[in-house]
Design a protein around this ligand. Structure first.
Ligand code: DQA
Length: 145
């Protein structure tokens, strides 16, 4: 099992970025927690963050062939990147969209997700633990099936 965890722009600043909204946990701490959990279940986890739309797309195209699931928080690209949406559109593996904050409680421009119609499910507003829950679900699909 190889799970891709993809973080979009500004998520490298977690811990320092608007902590009242995004909390104090850093991206490194999130990735470490996910990596440990995956390893304990015998899965491989590959985490990637970029502030650049094309770099995220390059990563998806380079790594998706042997991947079994994707956890993605596209950051602001959620709301307007047709290119990122198109990169995900042809994939058939399970994909979970994660947002640390509850985007539906925030500004109206955050209420639209271009990728929501493509993903298996969405977790929004559960803080950084939303990533852990997404991973638990992906891991469970392999146990149950
Ligand atoms: C976010 C919500 C987005 O609206 C925002 O642009 C982000 C983070 C979240 O995790 O809550 O960068 O995806």
């Amino acid at each position: 099992m190889k799970i891709l965890v993809i973080h979009g722009p500004n998520l490298n600043m977690l811990g320092r970025r608007e902590p009242a909204i995004y909390g104090h946990t850093t991206l490194a701490q999130i990735n470490n927690a996910l990596t440990e959990k995956a390893r304990a279940s015998g899965a491989t986890l590959l985490a990637f963050q970029s502030n650049h739309e094309g770099a995220l797309i390059d990563f998806i195209q380079a790594e998706v062939d042997d991947a079994t699931g994707i956890i993605i928080n596209p950051g602001a690209f959620t709301h307007y990147s047709i290119a990122l949406r198109d990169a995900l559109a042809s994939l058939t593996l399970p994909m979970i969209e994660v947002h640390i904050s509850n985007v539906y409680k925030r500004e109206p421009f955050r209420h639209v997700s271009l990728i929501a119609p493509l993903v298996t499910g969405q977790i929004s507003g559960l803080g950084w633990r939303g990533y852990l829950l997404a991973l638990a679900w992906l891991l469970s699909t392999h146990v149950d099936n």
